[in-house]
Design a protein around this ligand. Sequence first.
Ligand code: ATP
Ligand code: MG
Length: 221
Amino acid sequence: MTDDILIRAAEISKTYKTMVDEVMVFEKQSIEIGRGTAVAIIGESGCGKTTLLNILSGLDNPSEGSIMFDNQRIDVMDERELAIFRNKNVGFIFQHHYLLQDFHALDNILLPLRIAGVKLDNARLEKVWEMLEKIGLKDRAYHFPDQLSGGERQRIAIARALANDPVVVFADEPTGSLDRRNAGTVEDLLWRLKLDFNKTFVIATHNPDIAHKCDQVIELK
Ligand SMILES: Nc1ncnc2c1ncn2[C@@H]1O[C@H](COP(=O)(O)OP(=O)(O)OP(=O)(O)O)[C@@H](O)[C@H]1O
Ligand SMILES: [Mg+2]
């Protein structure tokens, strides 16, 4: 039987040490994220949403506690193991798109596949073109980031996050840097892709519309 829980964080705490002090962001949080569900992480600025996403996705380690991902403990992995884990399982969407300026949209989407050493045969490229079609940007494939609108850049960043066919997509305020109309378009796209691909989505957001549509809402205090 497959486990319905994809990610289990047990009693995780996070303390950042700086030159002058220690910042305790959260203490003994336990979280379960169901496979194929959409989970919103909400709370005031500075409450630890980004910190939590980074820990759940294996970009950072908790100070205490454990993270099980699909019955693998990721908090004990070394950097190399984590890089392999992330390449295989995780897609990221950030508030700012972080597209590479010197690469056109198509090459930006292909980047994670190239890094993961995936063979870019015709079948694979066809999938990427299907994705471009889904996000409505087939005719912008050879545009460089500065030749795209803000909303288009974010849609390309979403396609890049999904290119690797990850198990889970982590999004940190994916509509945070967009105006209302573009935020709406990107939001609609996220839901469409969520339904189409049936992936697990973990989204840190200030946007009540997004949180409202999620299966689970985690509020950090
Ligand atoms: N590397 C770091 N070193 C020390 N303190 C940090 C570090 N990163 C974040 N913090 C602190 O930890 C707290 C949580 O930060 P985090 O970025 O997770 O908040 P957030 O909920 O994502 O906020 P926002 O909504 O503004 O993005 C903040 O008070 C922040 O100042
Ligand atoms: Mg944040």
